[in-house]
Design a protein around this ligand. Structure first.
Ligand SMILES: [Zn+2]
Length: 265
C-alpha cells in the first residue's frame, strides 16, 4: 500500500531546521505541482529569498514547502503525483496534504486572528486566543463485499477512467468504523452487510483521508438499490468476469488482489 515504502524511511518527528542545498523542497500552486525532470526539486533550485516551511524527514533529509516556484521546472497537475513511483507518490502526496492544510489554516476558526506555526510540534497556534489546530485527517471506511464466490464492485460518479472499485465513505459524527461501513453500504447499494473483518488501513494524503478496510458479506439475492448521486453502477462479479479495477498503490487494489488470491481475513 501507499505508505509501505521500505527501504525508504519517512519520519514525522517535527524537527524544523535550515534547509541544506540537497533537501527536497516542494512548491504547489493551486492545482499544480512543480517537478524537475526525473526528480524532486531541491533547495538549490530555489532563489535564496524563497520562504520555506519545514514539513517532515525522508531518507534522512528534510522536506520543505516554498512560497515561490523553483527555477527550470514545469508545473504539472496534482494528479501527476499519483503516477510517480510509490515512495515518491507517498512523499509528495504527504507534502501536498500538509500544503493544503497550511493554506486553509491561516486564520483562527474561533476568533479570526492570524495563526502562527508552533515551534515545538506540527500545529498552528492562534496568536490571540491560543487555539491550537493539528493537521486534518479524515477517517473513511472501504469495504470489500462478497456473496459466496462473488464480489461487489461499483463505479463512482467521480471516477476518472472506466474502472470499478470498492464501496467507501467517510465516517460521520457519533459512529464506529463498523457502523459507518454498514451505513455506507446500505446507502450506496441497499445491501445489509455482516461479518465485518478488519483488513488494514492506509493514509491517503491526496484527500486528507485515512482509509480503513474491511471485508464483509452480503446476500446476492438482496436487490441492489444504487445511490445515483454517488455511483454510476454496482454489480456482482466473479473472478472470471472481473472488470478493470484500480492499479497499484491504493488499499482498494490491495484488498481486491488479496480477495482474488483467496485471502480471508
Ligand atoms: Zn483565536
Amino acid at each position: 500500500m501507499l505508505h509501505d515504502i521500505h527501504p525508504h524511511a519517512f519520519s514525522n518527528a517535527y524537527l524544523p531546521r535550515e534547509a541544506a542545498p540537497t533537501d527536497i523542497v516542494f512548491h504547489f500552486d493551486g492545482t499544480r505541482v512543480y517537478l524537475r525532470a526525473g526528480r524532486f526539486p531541491v533547495r538549490s533550485d530555489y532563489p535564496a529569498s524563497a520562504r520555506l516551511q519545514y514539513l517532515f524527514d525522508y531518507d534522512g533529509a528534510a522536506v520543505f514547502l516554498s512560497d515561490v516556484p523553483p527555477t527550470g521546472s514545469t508545473p504539472q497537475p496534482l494528479r501527476a503525483l499519483r503516477a510517480l513511483d510509490q515512495a515518491s507518490a507517498f512523499v509528495s502526496g504527504t507534502a501536498q496534504h500538509l500544503w493544503d492544510w497550511y493554506r486553509k489554516t491561516r486564520f483562527c476558526g474561533a476568533c479570526g486572528a492570524a495563526m502562527a506555526h508552533s515551534r515545538t510540534e506540527r500545529a498552528m497556534v492562534c496568536s490571540a486566543c491560543g487555539n491550537t489546530v493539528y493537521p486534518r485527517i479524515s477517517p473513511a471506511v472501504i469495504m470489500l463485499i462478497t456473496s459466496g464466490e462473488k464480489i461487489l464492485l461499483a463505479r463512482g460518479q467521480n471516477f476518472v477512467g472506466n474502472f470499478y472499485s470498492l464501496i467507501a465513505g467517510y465516517l460521520e459524527i457519533g459512529e464506529s468504523l463498523e457502523q459507518a461501513a454498514c451505513r455506507e453500504a446500505l446507502e450506496e447499494t441497499g445491501l445489509h452487510i455482516r461479518s465485518l473483518r478488519y483488513f488494514g488501513n492506509q493514509p491517503w494524503p491526496f484527500t486528507d483521508t485515512q482509509m480503513v478496510g474491511f471485508f464483509a458479506e452480503a446476500d446476492e439475492a438482496e436487490p441492489l438499490r444504487i445511490q445515483r448521486e454517488e455511483l454510476v453502477d454496482a454489480r456482482w462479479f466473479t473472478r472470471e468476469t472481473m472488470p478493470e479495477t484500480p492499479a497499484g498503490i491504493s488499499i482498494a487494489s490491495a484488498m481486491i488482489a488479496a480477495w482474488h488470491e483467496g485471502f480471508k481475513p
